[in-house]
Design a protein around this ligand. Structure first.
Ligand code: ATP
Ligand code: MG
Length: 392
């Protein structure tokens, strides 16, 4: 008997034409996620089986729960296709459990096995009834006993663990996440990863007005969401000169609006340079003055690139709940100031007009400053735990 982890692709199997691309990428992502473990992966069109050679079964399962594109994780046992063996192993599977009701589900993929599925369900069910105290419940059993009879052997398993769902990271190409030290943007990044978008992150800092601790916090957040990707890069952009120019020239109430237009301009340029197809951020409708629909329209006006806002329609409490679930919350609430929160005007405009923005922006040569900002970006690749200590 061989103990294996069986992976169910779920949603992927409906994408018939692209199935190979999906499965190969999922396979690559799983290998990457499990690179510290001694494993062997066998894959076919509908399933993937993972052998864990170093015995760290539970750890591997925990890692797999973070892989997007994977809908079910099943601990399963491969046995010889032989009625006596299957009967004995089914009893082993149930030994020491506290289930009270069961249902047998046989799938006979290998038609060389002569007993039809229904008949085999009854046969195994009868065996379980005779040798345990369990009862049959065909509607809401405590445990399903799955028996898959395949060419390479018979696979036995009980209830499955839910996978993370979504699509394999990277299947959609890359997006540029505007990553701040707040609660919202790491959650936005997580949700984009879940839909198969690989991420590069852009963080704006305003040294010396913002601190290296603030930068470190953002890197830590990137590190946490990288657990769902393994492939994240972070670009650190110095926003000081632009921010100071805005403070000198713009009307107080428009400072944030214009700052955000500059951020979008830089994000678009960097996204093009890095072959990212979209910009992603953590804006949420109505959360602050710069996120009213009027503000969003005026800010969005500087780019033609799609801007995806995964948390746009979530309440703050819903976003907080997600951030706790993915493990970013505790880091996000560390009290270091971000460039959007320093020198915050008392009454930021909530219905800005494009004309006013354009007029205020004509007061300084922002193109030059934007180019300078892009040219001086620091990029952190091969993101791993504690790598970034060198950058402080
Ligand atoms: P909070 O959780 O406190 O709302 P936030 O990061 O969402 O934090 P906002 O002022 O609401 O802060 O900013 C909206 C979005 O703009 C952020 O979610 C993020 O995508 C982007 N953004 C804000 N500040 C920065 C920054 N310093 N660097 C990169 N992106 C930023
Ligand atoms: Mg926010």
């Amino acid at each position: 008997m061989k103990k294996l982890i069986m992976i169910k692709y779920g949603e992927l199997t409906t994408k018939k034409a692209n199935r190979n691309v999906f499965v190969n990428l999922l396979n690559k992502n799983i290998k990457n996620m499990l690179r510290d473990y001694d494993i062997v992966i066998h894959k076919d069109r509908v399933r993937m089986y993972i052998e864990v050679l170093d015995g760290k079964f539970d750890e591997v399962v925990e890692q797999l729960k973070k892989v997007f594109g994977l809908h079910g994780i099943v601990i399963c046992y491969q046995v010889h296709t032989n009625v006596d063996t299957i009967q004995a192993e089914v009893l082993n599977l149930l030994a020491g459990t506290s289930y009270q009701t069961f249902k047998v589900c046989t799938k006979r993929a290998d038609k060389r096995f002569m007993i039809p599925s229904m008949e085999f369900n009854h046969m195994i069910g009868g065996h379980v009834l005779r040798h345990t105290n369990l009862k049959v419940d065909v509607h809401h059993p405590d445990v399903y006993i799955h028996i898959e009879i395949r060419q390479e052997g018979t696979f036995l398993y009980t209830n499955e663990i839910s996978g993370a769902g979504g699509y394999p990271v990277g299947i959609q190409g890359k997006g540029l996440l505007m990553l701040s030290g707040g609660i919202d943007s790491p959650v936005a990044g997580y949700l984009a990863l879940k839909r198969g978008v690989d991420l590069e992150c852009l963080y704006f800092e305003s040294l010396p007005h913002t601190s290296l601790e603030a930068r470190n916090k953002v890197l830590e957040l990137a590190n946490i969401i990288n657990e769902y990707s393994g492939n994240i890069k972070v670009h650190i952009a110095s926003f000081t000169n632009i921010q100071e120019a805005i403070y000198k020239t713009a009307d107080d109430t428009y400072i944030i609006t214009i700052m955000r237009r500059m951020m979008y301009r830089i994000a678009e340029k960097l996204a093009q340079k890095r072959k990212c197809k979209i910009i992603i951020n953590g804006e949420s409708i109505g959360q602050v003055a710069s996120q009213t629909l009027d503000s969003m329209a005026v800010i969005n006006q500087v780019t033609n690139m799609p801007v995806i806002r995964p948390v746009a329609c979530l309440d703050k409490l819903e976003i907080i709940e997600l951030s706790k679930k993915i493990g970013t919350y505790e880091t996000s609430i560390l009290p270091f100031e971000d460039c959007c929160t320093i020198f915050l005007p008392k009454h930021p405009v909530i219905h800005p007009t494009l004309e006013k923005c354009l007029e205020m922006e004509s007061r300084f040569d922002y193109d030059k400053l934007i180019d300078e900002c892009i040219n001086n970006i620091i990029t952190i690749e091969n993101f791993k735990q504690n790598d970034f200590s060198d950058f402080l």
